[in-house]
Design a binder for this molecule. Structure first.
Ligand code: SF4
Length: 239
């Protein structure tokens, strides 16, 4: 409206000098990131990424660290390619993504659309996932929304760590599988990403047989296989 350039862009070198002096890391936002899946990977997004690559180079020349903002809405099949293009253009500078949300039709569930995209993005090289809450596009999130959003983002990040073979990532899953096999409910709760919800769900539907759950009851495959492996003759209809 004023005909002036963005002052942060116009005075970027001066800002870099200040950041270098005070050891500040810059977050380079992308104003042209897609706001719906139809905008994803359009010319303005890619052109801006080229500019972000240039700003990255200039920051590193002045010994200033940067992190780069990535797309917010993107079909699943474009995410991995976008991560690779960013890594090439921005020379591997850390990339943070807002989801990306893989579909636009799920207001109230955008922590899930974001976690799907976030898992793919992180597995393909995104360095940081921003959480999205179920309230996205609807209202300011409340405390419960924030919790749901953070847990969904943590699940996405953990799924990506497993896919990338990050050392130790699977250990958590192995411990959970072992506890499930032993029907050790207390350990399962302690290992759960949301122990409070896991406890609440189990408590809300007590099984007939204490060591099983109400999903299969006495037909519990874990319980019956454990008994068979211990040499018992199992007839679940007799019990
Ligand atoms: S009852 Fe079914 S769902 Fe529940 S622990 Fe046993 S096998 Fe798993």
């Amino acid at each position: 409206m004023t005909g002036e350039e963005n002052p942060f862009y116009e005075h970027y070198d001066r800002i870099l000098e200040i950041c270098q002096k005070h050891d500040v890391t810059l977050s380079l936002g992308d104003a042209c990131r897609p706001g719906c899946i139809e905008d994803a990977s359009d010319i303005s997004q890619v052109e801006e990424l080229v500019t972000l690559g240039e700003l990255t180079r200039r920051a590193w020349e002045k010994n200033v660290q940067i992190i780069i903002e990535g797309p917010g809405h993107m079909p699943l099949d474009q995410i991995a390619a976008n991560m690779k293009i960013q890594q090439t253009i921005c020379k591997g500078a850390p990339f943070y993504v807002l989801g990306p949300l893989v579909t636009d039709i799920a207001p109230g569930y955008d922590h899930i659309t974001a976690a799907i995209g976030g898992a793919v993005a992180a597995a393909a090289g995104a360095a940081f996932l921003c959480y999205v809450t179920p309230a996205e596009h609807l209202r300011l999130p409340d405390e419960a929304d924030v919790k749901e959003g953070i847990i969904a983002a943590r699940i996405a990040a953990h799924a990506a760590d497993i896919a990338k073979g990050i050392r130790g990532a699977k250990d958590w899953d192995h411990k959970m599988s072992d506890a499930r096999k032993r029907l050790d409910w207390e350990t399962m709760f302690q290992l759960a990403i949301d122990p409070e919800k896991a406890r609440r769900y189990r408590a809300s539907s007590k099984p007939e047989k204490e060591d099983t759950c109400s999903m299969c009851g006495n037909f519990c495959a874990m319980k019956n296989m454990n008994r068979i492996l211990e040499g018992e003759i199992v007839d679940i209809f007799d019990e």
